[in-house]
Design a protein around this ligand. Structure first.
Ligand SMILES: [Zn+2]
Length: 352
């Protein structure tokens, strides 16, 4: 408000009765909030079906899909059920899925995921065959396939061997691409993983396959329900020697910039809701597309609060997803993907 405007409002000759200390507001932000029409007209961020990637679990050697009790509405698909589920999801508007294997063939290094006939390759192939237009993203890591549950082979001291894991990741990326993966997404937080995978893919004729790096993945307790779902709890130890300290923000920018330099096409932040500042910070530093992963614990919290009648599930879901867009995300990985797409189609955003 200009000085003249304030004076005019506050002057005794004004037709309004009020004093100098409390001028009437000329700027009223409420004008554009008065109804759903104005609100949707000036809304700065929105959601669309193409924003979403649905994470899915696939278990081998089971005859039927099974509900995951810690994640209501999420299933471990069987290899038989996967195809139809992916096809149905595509029919509702979902454009992309990310696959996680629930392995029954685990060993010290996760070797099953390096075989063209292993679960890792089979589930990619199965999804792609069922719905060729769906973008199938392969999560690249070994924790679902190692008997100790860590993200790569261990050194004799029991820590993950970074450089041995890089060699395996190069091979795993090629197995994924050969099976038909449209994009690979390394999630193990190994130093140099993006460069190694880029080299592995390029040497094998897959220079067109993009890398979405889990560039800043924090050592978070919010992954709890996922560990149940994917059956990859740790035998011993923790992931704090490779995943990031939740207290660190500057280091997250370093991690993200490192992956950009190594050739990442998309940078991810994981988890989502407790790390919006990290996403917003990285948005300031790069022009690459950014993804955020609303993890199992976040999903379970909203589900559980809604079940108890503490929150409206749809409102909480949509608010959390819009917050990701506001903080700078282009892409959202969420177990809510199908529910969100349904709400978007039903006009939720035009009516709030
Ligand atoms: Zn892992």
């Amino acid at each position: 408000m200009t000085q003249t405007q304030i004076k005019k409002l506050g002057s005794p000759s004004s037709s309004f009765q009020h004093n100098m200390d409390a001028p009437l507001p000329i700027i009223r932000k409420r004008r554009l909030r008065q109804n759903a029409g104005f609100r949707s007209m000036v809304r700065e961020n929105t959601l669309s079906a193409s924003d979403f990637i649905l994470p899915m679990f696939v278990e081998e050697n089971v005859s039927e899909r099974a509900a995951i009790s810690s994640l209501p509405g999420v299933y471990r698909e069987s290899e038989q059920s996967l195809g139809n589920i992916v096809k149905d999801a595509a029919a509702t508007g979902l454009k992309s899925i990310m696959l996680f294997g629930v392995s029954h063939n685990k060993d010290e290094s996760g070797a099953d995921s390096l075989h063209s006939k292993g679960l890792f390759a089979r589930m990619i192939d199965r999804a792609k065959q069922a719905s060729p237009e769906t973008l199938v993203v392969a999560d690249l890591c070994f924790c679902e396939y190692t008997d100790h549950g860590h993200c790569g082979p261990l050194t004799k001291h029991g820590d993950v061997d970074n450089d041995a894991t890089l060699e395996n990741l190069m091979r795993q990326a090629v197995v994924a691409a050969e099976a038909g993966a449209d994009m690979v997404a390394p999630s193990g937080m190994m130093d140099g993983m993006v460069a190694a995978i880029r080299e592995g893919l390029d040497q094998s004729g897959f220079e067109h396959v993009p890398i979405m790096s889990y560039a800043t993945k924090f050592a978070s307790c919010f992954y709890g329900p996922f560990r149940d779902a994917a059956g990859c709890g740790l035998g011993k130890g923790n992931r704090k020697t490779y995943q990031m300290d939740p207290a660190n923000a500057r280091e997250a920018i370093e991690e993200a910039m490192q992956d950009e330099m190594e050739g990442a096409d998309i940078l991810m932040v994981k988890p989502g809701m407790p790390y919006l500042d990290i996403l917003a910070n990285i948005r300031q530093e790069t022009n690459l597309p950014l993804a955020i992963y609303q993890v199992s614990g976040e999903y379970a919290m909203i589900k559980s609060a809604a079940e108890k009648g503490l929150l409206d599930e749809t409102d909480a879901m949509m608010e959390s997803l819009l917050a990701f867009k506001r903080a700078g995300a282009d892409i959202i990985l969420s177990y809510f993907s199908l529910d969100a797409i349904k709400q978007i189609k039903d006009g939720y955003l035009e009516n709030v």
